[in-house]
Write a protein that binds this ligand. Structure first.
Ligand SMILES: Cc1cc2nc3c(=O)[nH]c(=O)nc-3n(C[C@H](O)[C@H](O)[C@H](O)COP(=O)(O)OP(=O)(O)OC[C@H]3O[C@@H](n4cnc5c(N)ncnc54)[C@H](O)[C@@H]3O)c2cc1C
Length: 343
């Protein structure tokens, strides 16, 4: 019997995990269609802490647990909270156990990519739209498949095949900066440092190679693009060593989320996973869930076949996603409470 033809839109952590687990279970006709032109077309972002029970189980299902452990930074579990006015440490969680060690997103993605059969990913062939069992690519061509999996992230083009939902602005803006400075590294520690005060937050994370990413977080209008001077003015009461995180190039990241609950009627021939299914505020679970969805979907297909496997996967994934969406929406409100910020 020929192996079913499975199209996966998107070579993110979710899409690649799904392809890998399917291939491990003998599915030979799996193709990942990725809009970007190559694996290195874009810098892959910060760090991901894979949680025991979700992301770690997915990487185990992908047969890559030992390789992941060899790259994971267990010391990256350190959490520091500092006083915004004095920069003094007020809460400290030393890195203990192995619940959520950190890894650079680029390293994790490369681990998954290198594990796939050669030619699995079609780079530079983006999906424009999908219907059950059919993909129309951005170059206008179409192809048919036994199953189309939308793993194409927040602005998924596959999602329209099952749901009219689109992401909405959460009202919260992250402004990202990057640093290699010794003093800022010292303040951050080995893992994550946070400080918050009256609706403003600063959050810094050590990546591998002694690089840092920091995020200033606040409620603001969707189209606000503050300059360094405007940010420094907003954080005027903060300690100079913390305000130093607000210097350098700024990357503005307005945060979007899908409405809750986001569900759909089971539709044979197409399904979604990860952010395409349940985009939520980035409070440390999105990538874990994307990988967990991916492994669950692939394992369900391996056990029950495509038709029943997708149905079984959706019956587990959808309630789990709603629960995580509700928790992260509440967490975002808690993290950056309502406060009118000048825009
Ligand atoms: C600042 C920030 C920090 C975060 N930190 C964490 C964290 O610490 N832990 C955590 O668990 N989660 C974190 N998240 C959330 C996490 O990044 C996402 O939930 C996760 O990446 C979702 O994975 P995915 O595979 O579903 O989608 P994505 O990672 O978005 O991958 C989608 C892929 O599809 C491709 N694509 C898009 N459109 C098309 C198309 N039309 N055709 C073909 N390909 C397409 C994209 O190029 C991309 O390669 C964070 C998010 C942000 C914004």
């Amino acid at each position: 019997m020929t192996s079913p033809r499975i199209a996966i839109a998107g070579a993110g952590l979710g899409g690649l995990t799904c392809a890998r687990v399917l291939q491990l279970h003998g599915f030979e006709n799996v193709t990942v269609f990725e809009r970007e032109s190559s694996p290195d077309a874009r810098q892959q972002g910060g760090i991901i802490d894979l949680h025991a029970g979700s992301g770690q189980e997915a990487i185990r299902a992908a047969g890559l647990f030992d390789e992941w452990r060899a790259l994971a930074r267990f010391e990256g579990q350190e959490q520091r909270k500092v006083d915004p006015a004095t920069a003094e440490l007020i809460e400290h969680e030393p890195p203990e156990g192995d619940f959520r060690p950190e890894i650079d997103r680029g390293q994790l993605r490369k681990l998954l990519l290198d594990s796939l059969a050669p030619g699995t990913v079609r780079w530079g062939l983006g999906v424009g739209a999908a219907r059950p069992g059919e993909v129309t690519f951005l170059d206008g061509s179409t192809a048919t498949f036994d199953l189309v999996i939308g793993a194409d992230g927040a602005w998924s083009r596959v999602r329209g095949a099952v749901s009219p939902a689109t992401p909405q602005y959460t009202g919260v803006m992250f402004v990202e900066t990057r640093h290699d400075d010794e003093q800022l590294l010292g303040l951050t520690g080995q893992g994550t440092m946070v400080a918050d005060d009256d609706g403003l937050m600063l959050w810094a994370q050590r990546n591998s190679g002694n690089h840092l990413r920091a995020y200033a977080c606040m409620r603001a209008d969707e189209d606000w693009r503050p300059s360094n001077a405007e940010l420094l003015e907003l954080y005027a009461d903060w300690h100079p060593s913390l305000r130093a995180f607000l210097t350098g190039e700024l990357i503005h990241r307005p945060l979007y989320a899908l409405p809750v609950p986001h569900t759909w009627e089971h539709t044979p021939g197409v399904t979604l996973l990860g952010d395409a299914a349940h985009l939520m505020p980035p409070l440390g679970v999105g990538a874990n869930l994307a990988m967990e969805d991916a492994a669950d979907l692939a394992l369900a297909i391996a056990e029950h076949g495509i038709r029943e496997g997708v149905r079984a996967y959706e019956s587990v994934m959808l309630p789990r996603a709603i629960d995580a969406q509700e928790r992260t929406n509440a967490g975002l409100l808690d993290m950056v409470p309502e406060r009118p910020i000048r825009v």
